[in-house]
Design a protein around this ligand. Structure first.
Ligand SMILES: Cc1ncc(COP(=O)(O)O)c(C=O)c1O
Length: 506
């Protein structure tokens, strides 16, 4: 290995070991990351083999492999079969423009100076940044906010501002406005089979804050979190921000599927989207749910259940929450108002197991200084008066029609029962996944589709450590029905062309 590089890595590791008492693999991970961000290991440069690194640094090979795996998961390194591991061309990546960034969108482009950020700050602002996406037909993750009953909402907000008394303007230490917590508890008990009372509800600014709170209070710096592979980037970023070691566990048709190799990375946290895996849409089967809960029990791990879009279930049997099966008090359940109301409302909820609810409220108060009581009061009334249910009913109807039109348009490209394209995850939510044969370059296909004024995302871009999944993540929430009817065949033609079943001029 280059003597200068090994010297740098050893110096950094010594510093980190003395300063933070991090385990060796974490020290090496931080040191390699710093080397890349400082340009000591340039984009495209080949990393010394794990054997050489281990020898030069006096470490075990397992320690080196653990650090390299983590950096690969986070997008710093890429492996090329037969030729080693390289620094990704996109390190460091710069922030994209703000206007069109969407959570959950992988990638990143553009260029801004990163200044004198911390190592963590650099990583957070330069990797896994949302791409600069046009919001246009099929962009996943976007609901149609034009249907939101704005006038009614304004009236309710005005009413609650008029009724506001000084206490309502203060920070709130009770986990949120009591009638809102009661309304959320009633909804979850009936519709999601969550076992709870209102005291366990903590109103947050959304899933992102719920995840950060769990990561901070349930795990220590360097602890391992299992995440689904492919994954929701918002969650990955929350775990990066809190200094956790991210261990990807593959997902199949029945949800996350940990094997014995994963047990070698014992988790403190397991993050899941069991009702509609993001982004494949897999529904976690009942046997898998029981298995997962007993794996969590065996490891003494907490389970973080992100139930982000269960309000929109279109077909198949109703899916209850994983929390409902938990007899052990180890599942933290979280939901959001981003999808049914609008993302800018910045309201979601975390359900903490009963024995931990008070500690979570206390820490939430001290870390986040929650407030927004008049907004929470307006939302409580919105739910209590049945407006939430009506908005949901209307939205379900609208999205259901759009989903049906998209499924219709995609029919000609499907080849069920073969290696050919099939659809996963269409039973629920605002997106589906068109799965493609592993030989298809889904990123190139998504780019070609973008030239037609449509936005889909390649499934491979959500993968952390695996290379076998190809497909397109397609949203039907944003565009009106007639747009989906018009653009669906264009999308289908582009897919068929990529699969070689349609001449280029079609
Ligand atoms: C898997 C998943 N979880 C949660 C969210 C929403 O989180 P928030 O409440 O932070 O808006 C999204 C939004 O796209 C998502 O895709």
């Amino acid at each position: 290995m280059l003597p200068m590089l090994s010297e740098f890595l050893l110096t950094e590791m010594n510093r980190l070991g003395a300063q933070d008492a991090l385990p060796l693999h974490r020290q090496l991970y931080e040191a390699l990351r710093r080397a890349m961000l400082d340009g000591k290991l340039g984009a495209g440069e080949r990393l010394p083999s794990s054997r050489d690194l281990a020898q030069d640094l006096g470490l075990s090979r397992n320690t080196v492999v653990a650090a390299i795996n983590q950096l690969s998961v986070e997008g710093y390194l890429a492996s090329r079969v037969g030729s080693g591991t390289y620094v990704n061309e996109s390190v460091p990546r710069a922030l994209p423009g703000r206007a069109t960034r969407r959570p959950g969108a992988p990638g990143g482009n553009g260029s801004v100076p990163t200044g004198r950020l911390s190592t963590r700050g650099l990583a957070l602002s330069t990797t896994f940044c949302a791409t600069e996406l046009e919001v246009q037909p099929f962009t996943p993750g976007i609901a149609d906010f034009s249907a939101f009953p704005l006038t009614l909402w304004q009236r309710l907000q005005n009413k609650h501002w008029r009724m506001t008394y000084p206490d309502m303007l203060d920070y709130n230490d009770s986990g949120g406005y009591a009638p809102l917590r009661r309304a959320i508890a009633d909804y979850l008990r009936v519709f999601r089979s969550v076992q709870l009372d209102a005291d366990q509800v903590i109103v947050t600014t959304g899933t992102q804050q719920s995840l950060e709170l769990c990561a901070r209070l349930l795990a220590d710096h360097g602890d391992t979190v299992w995440v689904e592979d492919p994954a929701y980037w918002g969650a990955v970023k929350a775990f990066m921000a809190t200094g956790l070691a991210i261990h990807p566990v593959p997902v199949d048709d029945e949800g996350i599927h940990p094997g014995t190799a994963d047990d070698a990375h014992p988790p403190k946290l397991i993050y899941l989207t069991p009702s509609h895996q993001y982004p494949t849409g897999a529904v976690m089967s009942l046997p898998r749910r029981h298995q997962l809960l007993s794996t969590a029990r065996a490891h003494g791990a907490w389970v973080l259940e992100d139930d982000y879009d269960s309000e929109y279930r279109f077909s198949g049997p109703p899916i209850s929450s994983l929390e409902g099966l938990d007899n052990d008090g180890r599942v933290f359940y979280m939901g959001t108002f981003s999808k049914v109301l609008y993302p800018g409302i910045k309201l979601g909820y975390l359900i903490a197991p009963r024995p931990l609810a008070a500690a979570f409220k206390q820490a939430h108060y001290d870390l986040n200084r929650p407030g927004q009581m008049p907004l929470q009061a307006a939302l409580a009334e919105f739910i209590e008066m049945g407006h939430f249910s009506s908005a949901l009913r209307r939205a379900r109807q609208n999205y259901g029609e759009r989903r049906a039109a998209l499924l219709d348009a995609l029919k000609p490209v499907l080849a069920p029962g073969t290696e050919g394209p099939f659809i996963s995850g269409a039973e629920q939510g605002l997106h589906l996944c068109l799965r493609l044969p592993a030989t298809v370059d889904d990123a190139a296909l998504a780019q070609r589709i973008a030239q037609q004024g449509l936005t889909v995302r390649p499934l491979s871009a959500y993968c952390l450590a695996r290379h076998d999944l190809k497909g397109l993540v397609i949203g039907y929430g944003y565009a009106p029905l007639r747009e989906i009817q018009r653009c669906g065949p264009v999308l289908a033609a582009a897919v068929r062309q990529a699969l070689g079943t349609l001449p280029a001029e079609h």
